[in-house]
Ligand binder design. Sequence first.
Ligand SMILES: [Zn+2]
Length: 193
Amino acid sequence: MSELTPTNAQRAVTLVGLKYRRYLTTPLPDTSAYKFYKLTEGFDTVFHSIYTKTFRTANLAIFGTDKITSDQINGFVTPDDPPSNRVIYLNLDSTTANFGTLVHETIHAVSHSSFYPTYYCTAGLAPAVVEGITEYLTRKCSPTVAMSRRSYQAWYEATEAWVGPEGSPRYQQMVDWIFRGRQPLNWPVNDYA
Ligand SMILES: [Zn+2]
């Protein structure tokens, strides 16, 4: 039974709001922003329609190839600006997507536009940094979510090694960047190689 449901999407939004609302500059999504698709019902079509613009160069960093297919993707967030126009697509055919996927995609959905998609699309190691920070914030939402996650493990670890405990000065730099668009000059991007 897939954990990708509208009820769980609302739970993910509530959890992200409880944890990060004080930092957010964009509104939390509502459940109508979440589109649950099987591959045969259009997930593939939508994925390819924005693939070239947003994900193609990023995929070189994430997968080592830019020739990926939608069945390798658990979900994605459209790169709309303002963020309130974003749509969160979830792949119901995924065998690895779970509640944590909804939390992770919700954090992408409330990321400042200068972080996602603008910085993300500069490619190089930027997608690794974006996914590492997003995954760090996903796992810090709850111990249960943290235990369920394996995605982007190395980039999560690079983030945690740099940031240290929640509330540290680097933690504040991180949330100022992802949620408010203030990019720090000293982020150790090369640690994500
Ligand atoms: Zn992601």
